[in-house]
Design a binder for this molecule. Structure first.
Ligand code: ADP
Length: 490
């Protein structure tokens, strides 16, 4: 019995031990699980912290981005506002506006160098007059600030160097958060921009620094444009004044020339008149003597009288030409304009010159373009032009040469040319031919008399018809003289 009880007891103890071992194992497993859970919980906690941190950073970045976008937006508005004027003072007026605070700062100062290279305040936002004055005094007193601004172009409270602190830079602008940027033109320092915030809630960022630099650049460009415009405007005004002055001078010089020319024409008219009367007497007396009305005269005297007569004729022609030129110049010769066919005039000229043409065995052609219209002219005066031109052509063309008169026309004018195969004219003489008394020094002129007035008279008559006259030539080949007669209605 005792054995049985002992056995049962042993069995129970064995069972109990087994149970305890099992429970122990379970407890260890549970402890393992708890420690794992603890670990996971810690990891989750870490991650949660990271998420919160990232969220905060993201929010900050978003804020910074918003600030930059707002700043850039404001900068664009300001740029547009100041770039639509070329008046420098108006630029500063426009800058002195609350729009500037949209760039992200509450205080602004803009100083610009004046003509005597002294800084002057043009924009003052958030500063009293006294504060601005004190800042200026400090800038002028600092031997460090301006030279290093020229070098670095931008300072800010986020990138202060030990050198800046050593030179008391933060004392100049008594604001905790600030950006200072140089205003440059293409090559010169024009001034300084200062932007600042007193509150710690708005510290300066890298983005602010960039924004104020761009802002300062924009101001520099706009000021430079305005100054260039002012320069151009001023020089154009000066030019206009000069042109006006010169025009006045020219007008009065022209009046003077006209008065002198009128005086000259009157003088020539008077002298020519005075000369013509005794000349007519001389010619008359010479004729009487030549005709033997005053008694017989020996042949040698007759010969001399003939010379007197011929020279008197030349003189009469010269005086008549001079008188005509003077009269046309003075406007006292009234041209009698009539609608005229040109063919009869050409025929007349041909008839008149036939003796000389025949004498030199010259071939003479006239050609009128078909349907040449009638033209309003003074026919006698146009005939004189042609006689002068064709007479010259005969004079300066050797025997057996050719002379042509051609008439062409276009919408606006008739163009008449007289060409010959004569001795020609050197290029340098061509422009002088129409001057009074100008004669080229050549063999023919040395032997044949002439006044040097024929072409002058022709030019005066052509100009009185509102036409033009000119000549072209090749020495030893021939010359062509052209003149035009306008077709417009008179
Ligand atoms: P003039 O014939 O009395 O000398 P003009 O005024 O008619 O005066 O001409 C001026 C000068 O122009 C002439 O002396 C001559 O040297 C030159 N000239 C004019 N027509 C011709 C021509 N057809 N050929 C060559 N020379 C000419």
């Amino acid at each position: 019995m005792l054995y049985v009880v002992l056995l049962i007891l042993l069995l129970m103890i064995g069972f109990l031990i087994n149970f305890i071992i099992k429970q122990n194992n379970k407890i260890r497993e549970l402890q393992n699980t708890v420690s794992k859970l603890n670990h996971s919980f810690e990891e989750l906690d870490e991650q949660a912290k990271l998420i919160v941190k990232t969220d905060l950073e993201l929010n900050k970045a978003q804020e910074e981005l918003d600030k930059r976008i707002n700043g850039l937006d404001a900068l664009q508005k300001i740029s547009r506002m100041i770039s639509t004027t070329f008046d420098e003072n108006e630029i500063y007026n426009r800058l002195n506006s609350q729009l500037l605070t949209e760039l992200g700062f509450e205080k602004y100062l803009i100083f610009i160098f004046d003509n005597s290279n002294k800084l002057q305040p043009y924009v003052e936002i958030g500063f009293s007059k006294q504060e601005t004055k004190d800042i200026l005094t400090k800038i002028e007193g600092s031997s460090y600030f301006l030279p290093s601004l020229k070098e670095r172009q931008v300072f800010s409270s986020v990138n202060m160097t030990p050198e800046d602190s050593k030179n008391n830079l933060p004392d100049i602008f008594p604001i905790k958060h600030y950006v200072i940027a140089a205003i440059f033109s293409q090559k010169d320092l024009l001034g300084i921009t200062f932007a600042g915030n007193r509150s710690d809630a708005f510290p300066v960022t890298e983005g602010d620094q960039e924004l104020i630099s761009i802002f300062a650049n924009q101001i520099g460009q706009t000021i430079e444009n305005a100054r260039l415009f002012e320069q151009v405007y001023r020089s154009s005004q000066m030019l206009e004044l000069k042109v006006q002055e010169r025009t006045k001078q020219l007008a009065s010089a022209f009046e003077e020339v006209q008065a002198i020319s009128k005086h000259k024409s009157e003088f020539i008219s008077a002298v020519s008149h005075e000369l013509r009367t005794p000349l007519t007497s001389i010619k008359g007396y010479a004729s009487i003597l030549m005709l033997g009305k005053a008694g017989d005269i020996p042949d040698s005297v007759k010969e001399r009288l003939e010379k007197i007569n011929k020279h008197s004729d030349n003189l009469v022609k010269l005086i008549n030409d001079l008188l005509d030129i003077a009269r046309i110049e003075a406007g006292t010769t009234e041209l009698k304009f009539v609608k005229t066919e040109l063919a009869p005039i050409l025929d007349n000229v041909h008839d008149l010159l036939t003796p000389q043409i025949k004498e030199k065995n010259i071939q003479f052609f006239t050609h009128l373009a078909p349907k040449t219209p009638q033209v309003s002219i003074d026919p006698n005066q146009v005939e004189r032009i042609l006689i002068n031109l064709a007479g010259n052509a005969i004079k300066f063309t050797p025997e057996n040469g050719t002379i042509r008169i051609d008439v062409q026309f276009d919408q606006e004018k008739i163009i008449i040319s007289v060409s010959d195969t004569g001795i020609g004219i050197k290029k340098e003489d061509l422009p002088k031919l129409f001057n009074e008394f100008y004669r080229v020094d050549n063999e023919i002129n040395q032997n044949v008399k002439g006044s040097g007035l024929g072409l002058t008279l022709a030019k005066k008559i052509v100009e009185a018809h509102k036409g033009k006259i000119w000549g072209t030539s090749k020495p030893h080949e021939g010359s062509t003289f052209y003149f035009t007669l306008p077709l417009e209605k008179r």
